[in-house]
Design a protein around this ligand. Structure first.
Ligand code: ZN
Length: 162
């Protein structure tokens, strides 16, 4: 959609910027190294991830994506390949947790990911932004991410904050 505004006698076309969001989910185990609570033990969460992009709807009616900022299907493909498939059913740990304790764990888990950061909800959402930004088409901005670790706890990344 676009509006025509008559501004100082000029006929200007104003494009609407639109945010588009898609929800994803994945199961992931983690352990928080040196943490003073129950999350120091390996345990899992059902994560929910909301990916919001920002762009302008296609205005060329001859284009197959006419009226769309980005095809939901294309957004799904990018997020699934680069984030969901990587993290789903994995165990993620901070590199300092590597060593004797992980050797025995590796016998049970094939998919152990060692990060350079503590795998908190906050650090994970920032990491996901780093992964997704270069994967999006040039004309599409990553607006924000919301990562739920539990039904009532989430962390957000916003482009405008960073
Ligand atoms: Zn946890």
């Amino acid at each position: 959609m676009y509006k025509r505004l008559r501004l100082r006698g000029l006929n200007r076309i104003i494009m609407n910027k639109i945010r588009v969001t898609k929800e994803f989910s994945f199961e992931m185990a983690h352990a928080l190294w040196n943490y003073d609570g129950a999350c120091r033990n390996i345990h899992g969460h059902s994560y929910r991830l909301f990916v919001t992009i920002l762009g302008i709807s296609e205005t060329d009616e001859n284009q197959v994506k006419f009226g769309m900022v980005m095809d939901f299907k294309d957004l799904k493909t990018i997020v699934k390949k680069n984030v969901v498939d990587e993290l789903d059913h994995s165990l993620v740990v901070f590199r300092k947790a590597e060593g004797e304790s992980l050797d025995s764990v590796r016998k049970m888990y094939e998919k152990v990911i060692v990060f350079d950061f503590q795998p908190t909800c906050e650090n994970l959402v920032a990491h996901i932004s780093d992964i997704l930004i270069p994967e999006l088409p040039e004309e599409i901005a990553l607006h924000s991410l919301k990562l739920f670790e539990t039904a009532t706890s989430y962390a957000e990344w916003h482009a405008s904050d960073n």
